[in-house]
Write a protein that binds this ligand. Structure first.
Ligand code: PMP
Length: 423
């Protein structure tokens, strides 16, 4: 029922962009998977707070105290949004990339890491200082669990191990069987971190329910564009690790030694990994987005988004030259992220035309998931351009893809315009 599923308003609904064919059209932002537009509510909350913000954890003045309270309240709000356990820690970071790099630095020295080759580079690459096992792309969710189980069964059972997995693919939008993967990890004594960059904006994420050890996501994909992200989960490895950044805020006590050096006692709380002045507006904005999504109601948001997913998939299915990319097949549950290629078209030219002729913003390329996109396209790595914008002549096999993505606040008109333009 579309009247029940009224979209949450986002910024930029009235932005007019010029067309090469003359005239203007309102911009259709269909690149939510890269950065979603801010919710109007987030913007309003930030604007109301902006005159009052001050330094966090330091100042004696009223506004510093207010900001410290708001920052720590934001931490509690986001922890509640993620359904954290009481003993979990929540660290504010810059992004998902930052969060996963932080965790990579906090792993015990002999930790073995297991990661599917299908991950976004933010999940694929931070573990290089450890023993990493890259797992082949599965073709069903069941195969993903079996592949992980096999790999874990072969591992050294005594050492620590971490599995890193995405909740929803930034290429296919397909949901991964997180709960089953977490159960497999735990059954083999491993821990698991969930990359929720593409899941959290589209689905409720409960650490408790999914039984994952950590979760990471980015504010700018969750309708809160202020350079902030989150790593939340088990405190023990975070507490035992050297601080991610050394500096003020992370250090509790610093003293000169007799030999001329310096001794440091680091905090054991989340502050240990938050050295420097924190991004208080960013944290506040994430908390505002969490509240807005919760109040709008996930059932409503998911139903609305699934209506858009079905509209786009049905529209694309009617165009014979279009091939939608999928790892798990047509029936797999998915979020509003859909990648495709068009026979006879270079994807970069195609995406440029959607922008120039129709005012539609999508993305083209390999989406920072090079191994996955190559698997889906069946192309040879040697023929790829470095950043996913290779020059294929029209008529040749696509070397990259086009991605359309959407979520809260996307009006029907945007996806209808998109389907019309592709047709
Ligand atoms: N993981 C996934 C699944 C993503 O889609 C992205 C962003 N495209 C990231 C991680 C990295 O997010 P950020 O750029 O905000 O660090």
């Amino acid at each position: 029922d579309r009247s029940v599923c009224a979209p949450l308003p986002v910024l930029g609904r009235d932005v007019a962009v010029p067309l090469v064919t003359g005239g203007e059209v309102t911009y259709a932002a269909l690149d939510y998977a890269a950065s979603a537009p801010a919710l109007q509510r987030v913007w309003d909350d930030v604007a109301a707070y902006a005159p009052y913000y001050g330094s966090v954890h330091r100042g004696a003045g009223y506004l510093s105290q207010l900001s410290t309270d708001l920052f720590e309240n934001a931490r509690r709000t986001v922890a509640a949004f993620l359904d954290c356990r009481p003993e979990d820690q929540l660290v504010f970071t810059r992004s998902t990339t930052d969060s996963l790099n932080l965790l990579a630095r906090a792993l015990p020295a002999d930790c073995q890491v297991f990661v599917f080759e299908t991950e976004h580079h933010a999940s694929l690459l931070p573990w290089q200082d450890h023993r990493v096992t890259y797992l082949d792309a599965p073709r069903t969710p069941r195969q993903a669990v079996e592949t992980l189980e096999r790999a874990l069964a072969d591992r050294d059972p005594h050492g620590p191990a971490l599995v890193c997995v995405t909740g929803a693919s930034n290429v296919t939008g397909e949901l991964w069987p997180v709960r089953e993967l977490a159960a497999a990890a735990h059954a083999h004594g491993a821990r698991i971190v969930l990359d929720a960059a593409q899941l959290a904006p589209h689905h409720p994420v409960s650490l408790r329910d999914l039984d994952v050890d950590w979760v990471a996501f980015s504010g700018h994909k969750l309708y809160a564009p202020f350079g902030s992200g989150v790593l939340a989960g088990r405190a023990d490895w975070l507490r035992a690790a050297e601080p991610y950044l050394a500096g003020g805020g992370a250090s509790r006590k610093v003293t000169r030694r007799e030999d001329g050096g310096v001794d440091v006692e680091w905090h054991e709380s989340a502050a240990r990994h938050e050295a420097g002045s924190p991004n208080v507006i960013g944290a506040y904005a994430i908390a505002s987005a969490c509240k807005a999504l919760t109040e709008a109601g996930w059932d409503t948001l998911v139903a609305r988004e699934q209506h858009l997913v079905e509209t786009v998939r049905a529209g694309l299915a009617r165009i014979p030259e279009v091939r939608v990319l999928s790892l798990f097949g047509d029936d797999a549950p998915r979020v509003g992220v859909i990648s495709f290629v068009v026979d006879g078209w270079n994807s970069s030219h195609f995406a440029a035309a959607l922008s120039a002729e129709y005012g539609i913003g999508v993305r083209d390329g390999l989406f920072c998931a090079h191994p996955l996109v190559r698997t889906l396209l069946g192309t040879d790595p040697q023929t790829q351009g470095e950043c996913g914008a290779p020059e294929a002549a029209p008529g040749e096999k696509s070397l990259n893809a086009i991605r359309v993505s959407f979520g809260a606040g996307t009006p029907d008109e945007h996806v209808e315009r998109f389907i019309g333009a592709v047709r």
